[in-house]
Design a protein around this ligand. Sequence first.
Ligand SMILES: Nc1ncnc2c1ncn2[C@@H]1O[C@H](COP(=O)(O)OP(=O)(O)OP(=O)(O)O)[C@@H](O)[C@H]1O
Ligand SMILES: [Mg+2]
Length: 304
Amino acid sequence: MPVIEVRDLAKTYGDLEAVRGVSFEVVEGEVFGLLGPNGAGKTTTVEILEGLRTRDRGHVRVLGLDPANAGPKLKQQLGVQLQNVALYPRLRVHEVIGLFGSFYGLRADTDRLVELMGLHDRRNARISELSGGQAQRLSVALAIVNRPHLVFLDEPSTGMDPQARRNLWDIIEGFRADGMTVVLTTHYMEEAERLCDRVAVMDHGHIIALDTPRALVRANFEEDAIEFTSSNGVSVDALRELDAVSNATGQAGSFSIFSSDIPRTMGSLLAFARGQDVPLEGMRVRQATLEDVFLKLTGRTLRD
Ligand SMILES: Nc1ncnc2c1ncn2[C@@H]1O[C@H](COP(=O)(O)OP(=O)(O)OP(=O)(O)O)[C@@H](O)[C@H]1O
Ligand SMILES: [Mg+2]
């Protein structure tokens, strides 16, 4: 049985159709991503699943319950990290964790949570004294205070520095290893690619593609690219003649060769370079990313 079922979900705010009939399922134990640019409808979708917003139409079941009328019975079982959370600025970190535990009628495991989120040295700090990234880490800790089996993380790494973001990724992988189901919204394609078993790509209230990151890339790009720079004049036409090449481009000494058989193309490129005495600098193979997929499907980048 899926942990989450959504069919034809829609929500409008006045004239604005924020979510326009989306359908998906989330199965137990997966990290499911909603990837899309600002305003795509991600928060609206997850907050309907969390029982925090009402829907206009559609069928929704979360852990077998309808969040519109399940009340506390469902909320007790969920972990929720909100995109915009106002915590009590005068309280201290450990007090807020304790308070959130009490909402669930349990004693929070504060030591474990501050350790896990790298907040042990901020344990006695007031909320108002936390940096944006630290507050964000606290909000992830609060989402798991009740040891949920299903946790929603809405843009969890926003405002984090690269190190904190990597730590967060490890923590989310730990959630999966513990058997938790995670629904994650993000507009960082690296985050979706690294963490998500499956990704729904959202744009203007629609899901425009849904699959594993790898399958999404392969469905849209059959080829990888060999890229290099060269100070000697290299003819793009000559590159197009190499084995298994479907196309080649060159601009200001930077070249890209597209191929569905990289080893073959690489072999003939190296032979060509040796024969013509062409230096190849900074050579690398680039695979298409979810960012490229989004660009191809919408004509825009994720962060426009
Ligand atoms: N409470 C609200 N009242 C009116 N409009 C809203 C409300 N919440 C969201 N919207 C609008 O609905 C659309 C979708 O917003 P939503 O917050 O769901 O997007 P998102 O994908 O989470 O975006 P972001 O990446 O910026 O968080 C946006 O155009 C937003 O302005
Ligand atoms: Mg949002």
